[in-house]
Ligand binder design. Structure first.
Ligand SMILES: Nc1nc2c(ncn2[C@@H]2O[C@H](COP(=O)(O)OP(=O)(O)OP(=O)(O)O)[C@@H](O)[C@H]2O)c(=O)[nH]1
Ligand SMILES: [Mg+2]
Length: 469
């Protein structure tokens, strides 16, 4: 943890750019209070004085915007902003360092001028994520919690925010720490067993070790498997509407969006190109794509659209295959059923308000997941629930989901080391190697928490943050 690196004081605008009532300029580092004192004035216009900034106590102050602040208080600038200052002495701050937050007026100019004042007074511009990186380096947050801060900021739905907030609060870290202790136990068990000669090794000890390793492996791989859901929760998912011409794709697209975005017409082939819109479906930010009706023998333009539609379906997280409920399925429908057989899909029967054109039990057709009517807006809640069910797999991890690929990879690696340990234990019980495999699994968990040499990881992780966090 490089001391010289943390020896300087950083500053950044912590709020989003653009018009806003208030913006926050944040300072962190050993000179945060000194820099703040240099740029701030009391309301009377004089300097703040030695005890003008009391830790964890907000105060009003003034701040020159003309750039003529000299630092000694006498050369008061002519243009000032009234600001609210929140000083926080280390270690009781986000970064664990001395922090001063200055709330000024928002907009594109005032916060920039305030920041410039801070830079002129001795701070340096913070890099993206540098406040959080310092929080990590100062031991305020472990790496998993620090990374979740970015996920929380980027969350596009309540559910995504909820998952990230759990990780910021340390739920993932606690679970990993508990597993780590269990692994430590298991490793001691393996090491103790080393002291026994083969023939006198107590049988219960070996089976106990095996049970523990199996249970841990299962739990760890279950958590790793949540990454698929976690990724969709965090980054959103793509859902493609696919179906024969006139199946009701654009109508359902509009119904799910809640507004008439796509053109709906009685003529087949209305939608030629695909269009997309974002809509939250049961907590997932879904990029919903309406495509051109898929028919096999077609004129050229439609053909291109059809190829594109199938291509989109292959690249999507989920395909909704629409079958027109008001007519009997034809060859086009059957071909589509066939073409999407290996995709993650839901078969949706449309136009449920019309007299059914086929029996739900019709042979050779896949099970219909849900029947909807875009006209009567029926079946939509059920459809949303089914979509969410497909996108977010049910987990047996108490709702904890992995939100970072890095974590998923490390968890999978931990599980595979435990798998290996189990195999060795079963075959030849070379306990020395078993202990080594357990150690490797522990190291993988440590990597997630940042409890090992992660220097080369930090840049990659924190550069994805926004500046000011
Ligand atoms: N009664 C009834 N009619 C529907 C329903 N959904 C769509 N339609 C009608 O079916 C026709 C085709 O609807 P669209 O939504 O344009 O179908 P599409 O699948 O987008 O068609 P293309 O873009 O041509 O492939 C229109 O006349 C719609 O009004 C429904 O739920 N009930
Ligand atoms: Mg259409």
């Amino acid at each position: 943890m490089g001391a010289p690196y943390l020896a300087d004081t950083i500053a950044a605008i912590a709020t989003a750019p653009g018009a806003g009532a208030v913006a926050i300029v944040r300072l962190s580092g050993p000179d945060a209070f000194a820099v703040a004192r240099r740029v701030l004035r009391s309301n009377a216009g004089g300097s703040l004085g030695a005890d003008g900034l009391e830790s964890h106590r907000a105060r009003l102050a003034r701040l020159g915007l003309s750039g003529r602040t000299s630092g000694d208080g006498r050369d008061a600038p002519d243009v000032v902003d009234e600001v609210l200052v929140l000083p926080m002495r280390k270690p009781r701050s986000y970064t664990g360092e001395d922090v001063v937050e200055i709330q000024c007026h928002g907009g594109g100019t005032v916060p920039r001028l305030v920041l410039e004042q801070c830079l002129a007074a001795g701070a340096r511009v913070a890099r993206a994520g540098e406040f959080t990186e310092r929080a990590f380096l100062n031991g305020r947050l472990d790496l998993a919690r620090a990374e979740a801060v970015a996920a929380l900021i980027e969350a596009r739905t309540t559910e995504a925010a909820h998952a990230a907030a759990r990780q910021v609060a340390g739920e993932l870290s606690q679970r990993l720490t508990a597993w780590r202790l269990d692994l430590l136990d298991a490793r001691s068990l393996a090491e103790v067993s080393l002291d026994f000669a083969d023939e006198e090794l107590p049988l219960t000890l070996e089976s106990d070790l095996r049970d523990r390793l199996d249970a841990l492996k299962l739990a760890i791989s279950a958590l790793a498997a949540t990454w698929e859901s976690g990724r969709r929760l965090r980054d959103g998912a793509t859902v493609v509407l696919l179906g024969a011409p006139n199946a009701g794709k654009s109508s359902l697209f509009n119904a799910l969006l809640g507004r008439p975005r796509a053109i709906v017409a009685a003529d087949p082939g209305t939608t030629r190109d695909w269009i997309e819109e974002e809509v939250a479906i049961a907590g997932v930010a879904v990029l919903l794509r309406d495509t051109a009706g898929v028919r096999t023998a077609e004129e050229a333009v439609e053909q291109a659209g059809i190829r594109a539609a199938l291509e989109l379906a292959r690249g999507a997280d989920l395909t909704l295959l629409l079958l027109d409920g008001s007519r009997a399925p034809d060859d086009d429908d059957r071909r589509l059923v066939e073409a999407t057989r290996d995709l993650r899909r839901l078969v949706v029967r449309t136009k449920a308000d019309l007299a059914p054109g086929w029996a739900p039990t019709e042979g050779a057709l896949p099970q219909v997941a849900v029947a909807v009517s875009a006209v009567e807006e029926s079946g939509l809640a059920e459809l949303r629930a089914q979509v969410a069910g497909k996108l977010l797999r049910q987990t047996d991890t108490d709702g904890l989901v992995v939100l970072h690929e890095r974590h998923a990879i490390a968890l999978a690696r931990a599980a595979s080391h435990l798998d290996e340990a189990g195999t060795i234990l079963r075959s030849g019980h070379d306990l020395e190697i078993v202990a080594l495999e357990i150690g490797a699994a522990m190291a993988a968990l440590d990597e997630i928490l940042g409890q090992c040499d992660v220097e080369d990881l930090l840049d990659r992780i924190f550069s994805r943050f926004c500046v000011g966090k």
